[in-house]
Ligand binder design. Sequence first.
Ligand code: CMX
Length: 132
Amino acid sequence: MNITHIEHIGIAVENLEEAKKYYQEILGLECYAEEEIPDQKVKTAFFKVGQTKIELLEPTSSDSPVAKFINKKGQGIHHIAFANPDTDEALKEVENKGIKLIDKKSRKGAENLNIGFLHPKFTFGVLTEFCS
Ligand code: CMX
């Protein structure tokens, strides 16, 4: 395992435009990209904080994993994403160590990254993503 840094922190929000105002106007961060990811049923907005990004996630449908999360737990930190050189290798490695995966193989996420999720039941309640 060769995790290099926290690539991003995903934050579930009900309304992207409202949440963006807080990051822009109160914290003074710049939203450098917005993207819809139909596969994940979310709209995203990105802010850079050093090497790490904040990824705001608004669900685009009521069966989006993010909509389910908000209904159950409310708005807030949804996942943490660790950068590493090869997501497929990292997924295989943790699976061999007994961690249940959501994604057996990497798929394309925001910013064209190769992403894969680990199940929060096996990661002490934190939905964990690998990305490369
Ligand atoms: N963090 C911590 N725990 C979470 C969670 C999260 N983000 N999302 C769900 N859970 C927990 C639930 O609270 C629930 O716990 P209990 O069994 O104790 O009640 C359990 O996981 C099962 O959750 P559920 O609501 O019943 O929903 P599902 O089983 O349908 O799905 C999960 C759960 C994690 C497999 C699903 O949300 C998933 O596949 N997530 C990964 C994909 C994703 O989140 N994509 C959006 C991000 C987009 C991006 O960044 O690219």
